[in-house]
Ligand binder design. Structure first.
Ligand code: HPA
Length: 271
C-alpha cells in the first residue's frame, strides 16, 4: 500500500473524530508540545488509534493529534513529530503532512527548535523562517509529481504578518534562513561555519522536507524556530540536548502567546 493510500485511510479516520475542516494545522517542535494544552474544546487523538500513523520515540515528544479551537479558529496540532534520524524513513517523517494536507487544511504553521548560527541571535529568540537550505540530501518521494515541486516555500505575507503580530505583542522575533540537516549528532564547528557561509541563520534536524511536501500539496506555510542554543563553535559553551529542552521550556509562554495570536489572525489574513 502506498504512503499516500495509507495517509488517505488516516484522513478518513481523523474526519470521524473532528468536526469540519480545521483552518490551520500546527506542527509542534521539541519542547513546544505544551501549546496544545491551551486549546479550547480539545479532542485528543492518540497516534496509535490512527491507521498507519507512525509512533515517536524521542524524549519530550508525544505522538498525537490535538484538535481544538483558539478564539473562533479551528486548529489541528501535531504533537510528537518523528525525525528522519529516528526512523530513517522519509515517508514516516512526512506522514502527518500528508494527513493535514489530505484533510484540506489550507495553512500550516511549522515549528522547531534550532541552533543559532547568526551571531546576533541569542538562546530564547524566536525566528520566523524566510527560506530554507536543505542539507539533508533528501528530496521528496517519487509519488510527488515534478510539476507540484516548488522552490518558494515560506509565504512572504505570512512572514510579514508574524513580524507585525510579534511586534504588537512586544515579543522579539528575528528573521532568518533555516538550514536543515539530518542529525542526530550536533554539527561540528567547521560544519556550522560552512552553514554560516552558505547563508544559514539557524540549524535544525527537521522541517525542510515537511515544508517542501506541504507546499507541493498546496498548503501555505509559516515556519517558526525557537533558537535554543548557539550552534557549535559560535560560543565557548558545550552543547547538549538538555540545553535545548531547558530553553524551549523557558520560552514556551512567549511562544504560545505568539502562536495563539497568529492562529487567531491567520485564517482571516489574506495575501
Ligand atoms: N543543531 C541542530 N539541531 C538543533 C540544534 C543545533 O544546534 N539545536 C536544536 N536543534
Amino acid at each position: 500500500m502506498s504512503a499516500q493510500a495509507q495517509a488517505d485511510e488516516a484522513v478518513r479516520y481523523v474526519r470521524t473524530r473532528i468536526s469540519g475542516t480545521p483552518d490551520v494545522a500546527v506542527i509542534l517542535g521539541s519542547g513546544l508540545g505544551g501549546f496544545a494544552d491551551g486549546l479550547e474544546d480539545r479532542t485528543t487523538i492518540p497516534s496509535h488509534l490512527i491507521p498507519f500513523y507512525p509512533g515517536s520515540s524521542v524524549e519530550g515528544h508525544k505522538g498525537e493529534l490535538v484538535f481544538g479551537r483558539i478564539g473562533g479558529r479551528r486548529l489541528l496540532t501535531v504533537r510528537g513529530r518523528v525525525h528522519f534520524y529516528e526512523s530513517g524513513d522519509l515517508n514516516t517523517v512526512l506522514f502527518p503532512v500528508r494527513v493535514v494536507a489530505g484533510l484540506g487544511i489550507p495553512l500550516l504553521v511549522i515549528t522547531n527548535a534550532a541552533g543559532g548560527i547568526n551571531r546576533g541571535f541569542v538562546p530564547g529568540d524566536l525566528m520566523v523562517i524566510s527560506d530554507q537550505i536543505n542539507m539533508t540530501g533528501l528530496s521528496l518521494p517519487p509519488d510527488i509529481p515534478l510539476r507540484l515541486r516548488r522552490q518558494h516555500y515560506y509565504d512572504a505575507d505570512l512572514c510579514r504578518f508574524a513580524t507585525s503580530t510579534a511586534a504588537g505583542l512586544g515579543i522579539r522575533l528575528v528573521t532568518g534562513v533555516y538550514a536543515g540537516v539530518k542529525g542526530p549528532s550536533y554539527e561540528t564547528a567547521a560544519e556550522v561555519e560552512m552553514l554560516y557561509r552558505i547563508g544559514g541563520d539557524a540549524v535544525g534536524m527537521s522541517t525542510v522536507m515537511e515544508t517542501a511536501l506541504a507546499v507541493a500539496l498546496g498548503m501555505r506555510v509559516l515556519g517558526i524556530s525557537c533558537i535554543t542554543n548557539k550552534a557549535t563553535g559560535t560560543s565557548p559553551a558545550k552543547l547538549d540536548h538538555s540545553e535545548v529542552t531547558i530553553v524551549a521550556n523557558r520560552v514556551k509562554e512567549n511562544f504560545s502567546l505568539l502562536l495563539r495570536a497568529l492562529v487567531a489572525g491567520l485564517a482571516t489574513h489574506r495575501s
